[in-house]
Ligand binder design. Structure first.
Ligand code: HEM
Length: 181
């Protein structure tokens, strides 16, 4: 993944838990890099090692780390330098989610991006089903954090139901998303 992902994990840990905790996590993950270059790509496995080490050091499940990271990604990372892309995504939560399937295709400055695939179905005024497919496994808790973060960004309370899980043998993950209008 692009270095901006690892850099965002580092920012989140340093801000919320301090530089010492980050150093501990970095060492436990066996990561030699002391900083990440946003525009360079790193093996996915390095990011997964950081999440596993953060889970061990902070003594919380990996899902909690991914969840917190999803909210951080929306509320902090994307606001620094990518605010224009987020604004272009839509004026309300419903509009943003309806546009999500095309979101990553607009990130033209990252030619090596291997983004997830989103699809919307059963679109109503204040709800829809979001289908999530990825080349990677184990990131559905990140998606939940992203959706919570989007709700917060639009000051729109969101309710999520994780209807289908790839981890339980489903073909892909499906989230029923509803919000207040
Ligand atoms: C300007 C805003 C955004 C940028 C610059 C961005 C960029 C990226 C990058 C660099 C990755 C790592 C993948 C790779 O390097 O190949 C990624 C992954 C991902 N992005 Fe985005 N993204 C943005 C917004 C969003 C939004 C709004 C969502 C959904 C609500 C989203 C969902 C995801 C997910 C779920 C992944 C994990 C990869 C996977 O599932 O395979 N992103 N994105």
């Amino acid at each position: 993944m692009y270095g901006m992902v690892n850099k965002a994990v580092q920012d989140l840990i340093v801000t919320n838990h301090g530089a010492g905790v980050w150093e501990n996590i970095r060492q436990q993950a066996g990561v030699e890099e002391e900083m990440f270059i946003s525009s360079e790509t790193y093996p996915d496995e390095l990011t997964f090692r950081l999440v596993a080490a953060a889970s061990a050091v902070l003594a919380v499940p990996a899902e909690v780390v991914l969840n917190e990271f999803g909210r951080w990604w929306i509320l902090k990372t994307t606001q620094e330098g990518y605010g224009h892309l987020m604004k272009a995504g839509g004026k309300s939560l419903g509009e943003f989610l309806a546009n999500l399937p095309n979101f990553h295709t607009r990130i033209v400055m990252m030619p090596a991006l291997r983004p997830p695939e989103f699809e919307c179905s059963d679109v109503e005024k204040n709800s829809l089903r979001l289908h999530y497919r990825s080349h990677r496994r184990g990131l559905s808790a990140f998606v939940i954090g992203l959706l919570d973060g989007l709700g917060e960004m639009f000051a729109t309370p969101v309710t999520l139901c994780h209807e289908q899980r790839q981890d339980d043998g489903a073909d892909h993950d499906v989230f029923q998303v509803s919000w207040k209008v």
